[in-house]
Design a protein around this ligand. Structure first.
Ligand code: 26Q
Length: 817
């Protein structure tokens, strides 16, 4: 008898190729010969998915039976992007899969490009949630994401005659192989109706909510694979469905449309993602979305808890629920309702459980972005939750008055009800008082929280606010986006940094090694060539990869000051034309980003960037010394190409207004130098990379606040700065919009009269710093040394570090708990 045949090695190209062809045949229904690239994507995804499922079941089982504390991340947004490359990389299958496909003449890179980019988020907050999901899986934390399965994610942006046009996004059009519908996991969600008090003899009074409308929340699960497949966690997204698909009575009586009204109304709840990230319009549908996914998630958490526990008294020992901004803040009232009305807990105990279970992350202090709902709307839609909010408020106010002696004005500041402009529920206050921990997303932002929006709540609960500086996952933003750099670093310091990104610090001394710098620069050069090709193909603009790639990509917002960047481009254009003989450093200024459809000023900025690009790029006088490019439809996939290709990262928000920023981290990890203000996480990046390796300019947060109190305007500054004045004159006189000379009149006159965002105030400092960077570029040794220092010193900004801090300080969960 011979030796038993060894089990086939599962991860060799041979096996993988066989499995892919099997899927192609039996799941896609194609032979290799007839398969198109899209079919290969489907087959490859299914092979990878099978491997994930084994691990997934193992991880879920482990979390369930071990009784370890589970972390639920509640977020209206998960900007996950494409998942295939992430999954292949984290399972360590990149090379064998590439090889398997190549046997059929198929290129993995091209196949990956066909996966739709899941854009279930607006920007930073949504992308942070996605990085956190990946990091929880990678750091072995039993994390569960809860959110909404939007049928239409963030809109697709096109540029027509220079202006933004929004088109619907349809990521589910070809089906979604990553999701598993869980029909059995469905919960009823109520809206409207009445609350009645039931008083039975000899028993305490009970409140019974009878909703007028009910919809079903159905779960769709997506596996999130951690590094080296260590753990696979679940992202559970809720889809709204009608209880009755059609109303039979109506249908049978001939009202065929009326029979579908209910069903359409239910499905509307999860149809679209709101594309505003800095303004709350107070629409009813938005509040419905918030309550819908909060209630479904809490009902699910309670079911999971009761699976292994007798009652909910120990909920906070077994589950931690993180509220990603105030979007799920109604959860505080909803958990109280479920504990009291459904599960029979007393108020005091319910409040204890609730506070110990929740924690809340704040992502903005901008007044226009703070959520507050008109009382009448809240009351009509969620009458029982409104009662509970009043009761919570009464308790907090009593505590503030009795224990801290707060006077009326202080009480007005902490109240959950804004009595000012039409009574409103303040969701920030609700999230704050309903949580045991409240965090900001950078050191500066956390301090500002204590001083501004939450000043009085901080006085009342001085231990509640803490900092958790954001991070980004190095798997997606370094290893996958920049394989060239990853190989170079591995070659230079070995592979240990792949498992512990802070070990990338071993690279630091190589900044002094000329040969290494040259290889580092060569990787950057290849990444820039790729981006240049993309720009050439998509926009028919030729850019020189030898120029500084100076990049600002993020949502378009006045506080982020793309306008300042454009004005600087115009001033530079002016100078190049006036002094063609000077030794100018060639630059390509690259912009990308979306404006909220209702944000007129932001759309004007996009229009201006495109108008300026058209004018400058077609002017032979500037030759290749300056180009301006606006790349349409910025999304996660485009970011993966852009981040590795930047020489210079623009992080120039008005100080005090960018809570953290995360693009700043992605750029610097990939070796870009930063030009930025002392805002958000830039402050901590300065501490980590050192002042010689980052270019800081402009007013501090304190100085900005001071000038705003003094009713600062731009007029006198403009009068003293000819460069600025001439650039503004050119804009407002129609140099860049000859077909509509008045187009930018208001944009410019705002600077003269107000300069709320300190565009004029910071212009000269910004200009000077840019010229220092021009000079530095001429010394490539110096520039590249700084770039190496950036990559080497940015490991701390990994979301693994952020997640470990949350786990240790807030959740008390995970391997080290
Ligand atoms: C609120 C109410 C109604 C409709 C929409 C919204 C809404 C939606 C999204 C409000 C805000 C957002 C998103 C905010 C956001 O992305 N903030 C960013 O969060 C990042 C992660 O912490 C930070 O790095 C950025 O500084 C911050 O701007």
């Amino acid at each position: 008898t011979g030796a038993p045949t060894p089990a086939p090695r599962k991860n060799d190209p041979e096996t993988l190729a066989r499995q892919i062809v099997e899927k192609l045949t039996y799941s896609v229904g194609k032979t290799p010969a007839e398969a198109r690239r899209y079919d290969w994507l489907e087959a490859t995804t299914l092979v990878i998915r099978d491997r994930i499922i084994d691990q997934w079941m193992e991880s879920s089982q482990r979390a369930k039976t071990s009784g370890e504390k589970r972390v639920c991340y509640l977020s209206m947004e998960f900007l996950i992007g494409r998942l295939l490359r992430d999954a292949i990389n984290n399972l360590n299958l990149t090379e064998p899969i590439r090889e398997a496909l190549s046997r059929y003449g198929v290129d993995l890179d091209l196949v990956e490009l066909l996966e739709p980019d899941a854009a279930l988020g607006n920007g930073g907050l949504g992308r942070l949630a996605a990085c956190f999901m990946e990091s929880m899986a990678s750091t072995d934390i039993p994390g569960f994401g809860y959110g909404i399965r939007y049928v239409h994610g963030f809109f697709r942006q096109e540029i027509a005659d220079g202006a933004q046009v929004e088109l619907p996004e349809t990521w589910l059009a070809h089906g979604n192989p990553w999701e598993f519908e869980r029909r059995e996991l469905a919960y009823e969600i109520g809206f409207g109706g009445k609350v009645t008090t039931i008083q039975e003899p000899g028993r305490p009074a009970r409140q019974v909510w009878r909703p007028a409308e009910r919809v079903l929340a159905v779960a769709y699960d997506t596996p999130i694979v951690g590094w080296r497949g260590r753990r696979v966690n679940t992202l559970r997204l809720w889809s709204a469905q009608p209880l009755d698909p059609i109303l039979l009575d109506a249908f049978n009586s001939g009202d065929h449309i009326g029979a579908l009204v209910e069903s359409n109304k239910a499905e509307a709840i999860t149809r679209i993602l709101y594309p505003a990230d800095s303004h709350q319009a107070g629409q009813e549908l938005r509040l419905r979305q918030e309550y819908f996914f909060s209630s479904a998630s809490l009902q699910d958490i309670i079911r999971r808890h009761l699976h292994a526990n007798e009652n909910l008294s120990n909920l906070a020992d077994k589950f931690s629920i993180q509220l990603n901004d105030t979007h799920p803040a109604v959860s505080v009232a909803e958990l109280m309702r479920l504990l009291i009305d459904v599960h029979g807990h007393e108020w005091a105990e319910a409040w204890e459980i609730t506070r110990n279970t929740f924690s809340y992350t704040n992502h903005t202090l901008l007044p226009e972005a703070l959520e507050h709902w008109p009382i009448h709307l809240f009351e009509r839609l969620l009458p029982r939750q409104m009662q509970i909010i009043y009761a919570i408020n009464a308790g907090v106010i009593r505590e503030a008055a009795q224990e801290k002696g707060f006077d009326d004005s202080k009480i007005a500041a902490i109240s959950l009800i804004d009595e000012g402009n039409g009574r409103r529920v303040r969701m920030g206050q609700l999230a704050f008082v309903g949580s045991h921990a409240v965090n900001g997303v950078s050191a500066l932002h956390t301090e500002l929280m204590k001083e501004t929006v939450f000043h009085h709540l901080h006085l009342l609960y001085p231990d509640r606010i803490e900092n958790k500086t954001n991070g980004v996952t190095p798997r997606r933003w370094l290893m996958q986006a920049n394989p060239g750099l990853t190989d170079l670093v591995t070659d230079a310091i070995g592979p240990a940094f792949l498992d512990d990104i802070e070990k990338i610090a071993d690279l630091d001394p190589l900044a002094d090694d000329a040969a290494f710098r040259e290889r580092f620069a060569a990787v950057k050069r290849r990444n820039k060539e790729q981006l240049a090709n993309l720009i050439g193909e998509r926009m028919a603009t030729q850019v020189d990869p030898g120029a500084i790639f100076d990049i600002q990509v993020k949502r378009i917002h006045e506080y982020k000051r793309q306008f300042l960047n454009i004005i600087e481009a115009i001033a530079l254009y002016d100078q190049i034309r006036s002094h063609p003989e000077r030794d100018w450093t060639p630059r390509v200024k690259i912009f990308a980003g979306k404006a909220a459809p209702s944000y007129a000023q932001a759309k004007q900025i996009i229009h201006l960037a495109n108008d300026v690009a058209r004018t400058i790029n077609s002017d032979p006088a500037v030759r290749d010394l300056l180009k301006v490019v606006f790349i349409p439809n910025y999304n996660v996939s485009l970011a993966e190409i852009i981040m590795p290709a930047a020489d210079l990262s623009e992080q120039i928000s008005t100080a005090g207004l960018e809570a953290s920023g995360t693009g700043n981290m992605k750029f610097a990890m990939n070796g870009a130098l930063t030009i930025g203000t002392l805002d958000g996480a830039n402050v901590e990046m300065l501490e980590h990379v050192g002042e010689d390796n980052i270019f800081i300019f402009g007013l501090t947060a304190e100085e900005v606040a001071q000038r705003r109190r003094e009713a600062h305007s731009g007029r006198s500054i403009i009068a003293e700065l000819p460069l600025l004045r001439e650039a503004l004159d050119a804009i407002s006189s129609g140099v860049f919009s000859p077909e509509d000379p008045a187009r930018y009149h208001d944009l410019v006159s705002n600077l003269y009269n107000n300069d709320w965002w300190m565009t004029c105030a910071d212009f000269q400092a910004y200009w000077d710093t840019q010229r220092r960077l021009d000079a530095l570029w001429q010394d490539q040794d110096e520039w590249q040394a700084k770039a190496v220092h950036n990559t080497a010193r940015m490991g701390w900004f990994s979301s693994d570090r952020s997640i470990r801090e949350y786990a240790r300080d807030i959740w008390k969960a995970g391997p080290d708990a």
